[in-house]
Design a protein around this ligand. Sequence first.
Ligand code: PEP
Length: 249
Amino acid sequence: MVLRKLVAGNWKMNGSLAALGELAAIREAADRNASVDVAICPPFTLIAAAVASQPGLTIGAQDCHADDKGAHTGCISAVMLREAGAKMVIVGHSERRADQHETDAEVHAKAEAAIRNGQIAIVCVGETEAERDAGRAVAIVEGQLDGSIPRAADGAQLVVAYEPVWAIGTGRTPSVADVAEMHAAIRTKLVSLLGSAGTGVRILYGGSVKPDNARELLSVADVDGALVGGASLTAAQFVPIIEGAAACA
Ligand code: PEP
């Protein structure tokens, strides 16, 4: 099934009120390339200001707590994100799995929280370099999907992002054949977990997507978009990726 492509930018712990100036050109590119969905996920502190500055652009968040409220100092709930205007939430990014020791069970609960609050959960999975070298990449990702994917979700609520850990921020990408093999395996796994709804869940590729490799990666079967880190920080880099996705749509 050909799904509508999604190009989502993950600003990580970058950006400032001044950086929101990039959003006007990104929103214009989203409008020009209406066959593609576009989103930017800035830090929590910029979400409301980003929504206010570009109401026509989809704004997301980079994490949420599994609970809607409570005694969790420093955490942000999906309810709060919804109020701030976030329409999507990235959960289980490998940086959080590593730095905050997030488990599949926690990622699953966070994805449930996002969906419960009317947001699209972007669940990230991906193997380390050692796991790939050991020939375990597909098995690792299948295990993460088993543990992280809410079983009642469908394509309107859930997106999966395949992000090989060794490709994030390194300028390295897997071969087209490796991306194709992994995305096909993820699709098969989603169908086994979700039934026919698994055919409608978009599978993004993430890891060093840049203007010069976006078209090649986005034309692989079952690559339904991209999760973009560094190259989403400026319109100059992000807009050509949106255009690349539109060319493959
Ligand atoms: C990411 O961290 O989600 C990511 C894909 O980063 P980069 O594009 O910088 O590799």
